[in-house]
Design a protein around this ligand. Structure first.
Ligand SMILES: Nc1ncnc2c1ncn2[C@@H]1O[C@H](COP(=O)(O)OP(=O)(O)OP(=O)(O)O)[C@@H](O)[C@H]1O
Ligand SMILES: [Mg+2]
Length: 267
């Protein structure tokens, strides 16, 4: 985390457009997205299903090139998966290696990056404990429920200690109580490690609870419908924050904007 210039844009998305060529014709998933994320910010992205949220994250993660526009990370163009970035995918099941144990799945990126063994073990232990999976380290992903597999993917990203963490609807498959715990875990990690987090969700309450900022996307072909600052106190807790008057106002506002987005009304 750069300590000299905390306002520097960690991430800069400029005029991003993505068109998928298909046999049935071109699909314009993302039309024109421009936004910056400052280093150390926690930004949520919400938008209707099919709005292009996953497409956007894949372009930011350097997994596919935009049709036009640019993505920059720390001032350098993203042309492939950046080392300082970790991604938790929406299709988490496919991102785990079925022949490796839970522990080995979490440890692998650390091994690849040459983290010494003792530190690797500590980081894997801490991450598994943080997601409540310290009792199944020798299990294989296919022996776990969907929600548990998702927590393995989250533990892997957490253990990696990236500078930028991208998450695509990471809690979709977990139960409500675990989800609340994981939301608080993300905020704790974000604060403790000072990382930049981009968190995609279609849960409006979750976006307001987690974010310092919520970027609301329009229907596809996608533009930024609204870029909203979440002016809730930095200390959040599941009961107090969610029952506050300001939380209710903010969630109502995001809800209205998404309804407008679904109806195709442009900002
Ligand atoms: N590989 C692909 N080829 C063709 N079209 C695609 C491809 N991937 C996505 N699309 C289309 O691009 C649009 C945006 O898809 P994307 O998966 O990015 O949306 P999303 O906002 O993540 O949706 P959800 O909330 O359901 O996850 C959709 O119309 C989708 O059908
Ligand atoms: Mg998606």
């Amino acid at each position: 985390m750069p300590s000299d210039d905390t306002n520097a844009a960690a991430l800069s998305v400029r005029g991003l457009r993505k068109v998928y060529p298909t046999p049935a014709g071109d699909v314009e998933a993302v039309r024109d997205l421009t936004f910056d994320v400052a280093a150390g910010q926690l930004v949520c992205i919400v938008g209707p299903s099919g709005a292009g949220k996953t497409t956007l994250l894949k372009c930011i993660a350097g997994l596919m090139p935009p049709t036009s526009g640019t993505v920059e990370l720390g001032g350098a163009p993203v042309t492939g998966p950046p080392k300082a970035m970790a991604v938790v995918f929406q299709e988490y099941g496919r991102s785990l290696f079925p022949w490796k144990s839970v522990r080995d799945n979490v440890e692998l990126p650390l091994k690849v990056n040459g983290v010494p063994k003792a530190e690797r073990q500590r980081r894997v232990d801490d991450a598994l404990a943080a997601v409540g999976l310290d009792h199944v380290p020798q299990s294989f992903p296919w022996q776990l429920s969907g929600g548990m597999q998702q927590r393995v993917a989250i533990a892997r990203a957490v253990a990696y200690q990236p500078k930028v963490l991208l998450m695509d609807e990471p809690f979709a498959a977990v139960d409500a109580q675990t989800r609340a715990d994981l939301e608080d875990l993300i905020r704790t990690i974000w604060k403790d490690l000072g990382i930049t987090v981009l968190f995609v969700t279609h849960d409006i309450d979750e976006s307001v609870y987690l974010g310092e900022r919520v970027i609301i996307l329009s229907n596809s072909p996608t533009v930024v419908q609204e870029d909203l600052t979440i002016d809730l106190p930095a200390e959040r807790d599941q009961l107090g924050t969610r029952s506050s008057a300001r939380f209710a106002e903010l969630r109502a506002h995001v809800y209205e904007q998404i309804q407008r987005a679904k109806q195709g009304s442009r900002p």
